[in-house]
Each structure stands twice: as C-alpha cells, then as structure tokens.
Design a protein around this ligand. Structure first.
Ligand code: SAM
Length: 273
C-alpha cells in the first residue's frame, strides 16, 4: 500500500481505524531534531546553481507555552506508567525548557508508533546528538530496555563538520539512528554493503588484466588467506553519500531538498530490505 497522509501525524496516528493496533511492519521516522532552526526548501536552477526561490518548510524551535497542554494530556492519559514517570523525571530536571517542550511533542507520537507496530515489527528513529540521549531513554521506556537493538552512527561523507574557526570543541559530523524492535522475535533480512574504496585500494592493490578484478599477492607459506570479498554484512557505522550538509549542520535556515531526499531514499533502501 502506498498512501500519503497529509497533516499532523499525531492526529493520523491516533485514528485507530486508519492505524489499528499491531498493523505496521516497519517505522522509520526523521522528526525535527530540536535544532533551534528554521528550514526553508531551496530550489536549483536547471544549471545546478542554487536558485533565489525558496519557501519556509518548518520551524524546529520548541517552547513550553505551546507544549504544556500536550504534556499534561499525555501525563493524564498515557497507560504506560513507566513512561509517565520518566516524563515527570525529565520535567523535574528540564523544567520548562525547549528540550522539555520537544520531548513533550515526541512522547505521544512515539507511544502511538509503538502501538501500531506488529509484534515482529521494528522502528528506526533518526536524530542527532542534540536530543539523542533523551530520546533513547524515552524509547527504552516505551519499547522496553530489552528491545533496544542498535545505535547506528550515520557519518556525513560529503559534509564539513560544524567546527567553525576558533570553536573549541570537536566538529560534529554524524547523525544517529536508534533501532528498536517490538519484541524478541523480529523480521530481519541481512543487509550487505561494499567495502570502502580505501580498504580495497590498500588491501587489493592489483588488477587482473582482462577482467578488471582486484587481487592481492600472498605468501605461499600461508595459502589459506581468504579470497577477497567485495561485500560485507552491514555494521552500525554507516557512511552514506548524500546526507544534506546544508540541512542540519551548517546553515541555519536552508535545506537542500534534493540532497536530503536522496539521503532519505538511500537510507530507506537499507532498512527496508
Ligand atoms: C527533519 S525533517 C524530515 C525531512 C524529510 N525526511 C525529508 O527527507 O524531506 C522533519 C519533518 O517533520 C515534519 N513535521 C514536524 N512536525 C510534524 C507533525 N506534527 N506532523 C507531521 N509532520 C511534522 C516537518 O515539516 C519536517 O518536514
């Protein structure tokens, strides 16, 4: 089924006719990250140059004034007592901060997502270090600590770090994906990926004339050296080619939509195998 739902996702997710309990195999969400930025969609000219045309896409700034009602409704109605206690603990630590407002927005949506996922289903939450530590605790509360499976580090390959000149901290160049399952038995297909070119270049230096296949020379004293494998099982450290550098790290208020869509597509291909 291919269907696009337009509007607030909490409204849609809470509609139990549209989204019955245990009806979804896989959830990938790329929500706002609490980046305290506005995002515009930029267009490109046919030449590839960035056009002047743009429109405001969304605001990733959170205030308690807007979130207080959602928070109290959640505390009063959420059936998961552990999650309510966790949110109250966050609240007593974070007070009425933007981070607390952000978590108040995320919590009811994550609870609904958990409800709709099948017992064999799973969820990937995409975020960055701004809020990943709180989101992981929230997901532990909602899915259960036992159902945390992997933290995937998605490194931007084409991006600069955000280390501005003179800034006295490490440049940040990764996003995070948390992989949770609904239960102990989940659907899983192995995903394979190519070796890094740099690995191939340094370990398999020679190229067979005619076929173009890579090989390396090994001593005959150790004939059992494995044949070169071009594909390996995927790990939790990903380098994807196209994460939108302008979207999240460098430039407040600009998002290169084409790059971001390409990145999302590449990522989704990996998790939906
Ligand atoms: C980090 S961006 C995701 C971008 C998207 N993955 C892409 O490749 O274009 C977060 C998105 O969540 C959307 N959003 C924020 N609050 C929402 C809500 N309550 N319901 C539905 N979408 C929402 C924003 O409009 C924004 O497009």
């Amino acid at each position: 089924m291919n269907r696009l739902y337009f509007g607030d996702n909490l409204k849609w997710l809470s509609d139990r006719k549209e989204f019955p309990d245990a009806s979804v195999d896989l959830v990938y969400l790329d929500p706002p990250f609490n980046s305290n930025a506005d995002y515009n969609v930029l267009f490109r000219e046919p030449s590839g140059a960035v056009s002047q045309a743009q429109f405001h896409a969304f605001t990733d700034t959170w205030s308690w004034a807007d979130a207080a009602e959602t928070y109290h409704q959640f505390i009063d109605n959420c059936p998961n007592v552990a999650v309510v206690e966790l949110m109250e603990a966050f609240h007593s630590f974070l007070k009425h901060s933007p981070m607390m407002a952000y978590l108040a927005m995320m919590a009811p949506r994550l609870v609904e997502l958990h409800r709709v996922i099948k017992p064999t289903g799973s969820l990937y939450l995409h975020c960055d270090p701004t809020a990943s530590h709180y989101l992981r605790m929230l997901l532990d509360g909602i899915f259960g600590v036992r159902n945390f499976r992997t933290e995937i580090i998605w490194k931007r390959s084409s991006a600069h770090s955000d280390a501005a000149q003179g800034r006295q901290q490490h440049g940040r160049i990764h996003d995070t994906l948390f992989f949770y399952t609904k239960s102990d038995e989940w659907k899983w297909n192995h995903v394979f990926t190519e070796y890094d070119e740099s690995y191939i270049d340094s370990f398999y230096k020679f190229i067979e004339p005619g076929t173009g296949r890579r090989y390396r020379l090994v001593t005959s004293l150790h004939p059992a050296v494995p044949r070169p494998k071009r594909r390996i099982r995927i790990t939790n450290s990903w380098v994807l080619s196209a994460i939108g550098v302008t979207a999240r790290s460098e430039c407040k208020s600009c998002m290169n939509k084409a790059e971001l869509c390409r990145a999302s597509r590449e990522l989704f291909q990996r998790i939906s195998v």
